[in-house]
Design a protein around this ligand. Sequence first.
Ligand SMILES: [Zn+2]
Length: 156
Amino acid sequence: MDGNGICGVQDAVRLRAVGDIALSQPATINCKTAQTLRAWVEGGAKPSVGKRGGGLSSLKVAAHYACRTRNSQRGAKVSEHGKGNAIDISAVRLRDGTEISVLEHWGRGKNGKILKNMHKAACGPFGTVLGPNSDRFHQDHFHFDTAEHRSGSYCR
Ligand SMILES: [Zn+2]
């Protein structure tokens, strides 16, 4: 799907960390998405973790810029990942080394609650928030993007 000119990132930034929170791999996203991610880290992710495990340490980035269709399905529209509007987070790590992952902990106990709160906090800052309750493509990560919808944020 590359070479047809429909992908690309305007105002691209290559993000290695969000404040004092490290990213597992550098993420190429646009400036607006980077700012929204920062707002979520400070206002959603950090408070959700609180003091558990010494606090939030890093985010595991499962995907960022990629020129592909939605859910990589043939014939589908270009993904927000192809515009630099999206980032996928599959897990967070705490300062004591604990990893809380969407695949293992969603819907389970205290870590599940933390993930649920993080998901909820992303809704609003991000225009689209998808997790395990959305569809089979999001069982192991959160998808956040800054696409705007006329009807407000879409969160599942
Ligand atoms: Zn995604």
